[in-house]
Design a protein around this ligand. Structure first.
Ligand SMILES: [Zn+2]
Length: 164
C-alpha cells in the first residue's frame, strides 16, 4: 500500500551532507550521468507527457530497488538532471530506499517534504567541499553551473546556502 511521504525532519545541512556522501559512495562525479545512478539503484526514468505525469505522480516507489521517475519530455537537460536528483532524494529520504512505498505527485506544493528533496538535489549535484573550492578560486555562477551541469539559478541558491 502506497502512502503519502512524511518529512525526515533533518536540518538542511544534514540533508545536504547525506546527499553529498551518497553521491560520493555511488561514484557520482560533477556533471556525471545521473540517470545511470538511478538505474544502478533499480529505478527507471520515464519521459512522459505532462497529463500522465499529473495522473501517475512524478515518483512512484513500489518496493526496494523498484521505483519510477516520471519526467516531462519538454524539460531541458539541466532541469531534468535536477528533477532526477530531487526524486532520488525522495527515494532515499522519504521511502528509506524503497522500504516504505510512496507516491509523490508533482503538485508544486512548498511543503517540508519538497524542501528536503530540493536540499538533497543541491547537495548531491553540488557537493559542499568542491563547490567551496571553485567559489574560492573566483569562478562565476556560469562556470560553476557548467562544471556541475546545473542551472545558474541552482548555483546561486547553493552559493547563498553555503555563504561563499
Ligand atoms: Zn518532490
Amino acid at each position: 500500500m502506497s502512502t503519502k511521504p512524511t518529512p525526515i525532519n533533518w536540518t538542511k545541512q544534514e540533508v545536504q551532507k547525506f546527499a553529498s556522501d551518497a553521491a560520493n559512495k555511488l561514484g557520482y562525479q560533477a556533471g556525471g550521468d545521473i540517470e545511470k545512478i538511478v538505474r544502478h539503484l533499480g529505478g527507471t526514468v520515464r519521459r512522459t507527457d505532462w497529463d500522465s505525469v499529473l495522473q501517475t505522480g512524478s515518483l512512484e516507489v513500489i518496493e526496494e530497488r523498484n521505483f519510477l521517475i516520471n519526467l516531462s519530455p519538454y524539460s531541458g537537460e539541466r532541469r531534468a538532471r535536477f528533477t532526477m536528483a530531487h526524486e532520488l532524494g525522495h527515494y532515499m529520504l522519504h521511502s528509506n530506499l524503497g522500504k516504505h512505498p510512496i507516491t509523490i505527485q508533482r503538485d508544486g506544493e512548498n511543503n517540508r517534504v519538497e524542501w528536503e528533496a530540493n536540499w538533497f538535489a543541491a547537495g548531491f549535484l553540488m557537493p559542499e567541499a568542491e563547490f567551496k573550492r571553485l567559489a574560492a578560486r573566483g569562478w562565476s555562477d556560469a562556470e560553476i553551473g557548467e562544471h556541475f551541469d546545473v542551472s545558474e539559478a541552482a548555483v546561486e541558491i547553493r552559493r547563498k546556502a553555503l555563504g561563499c
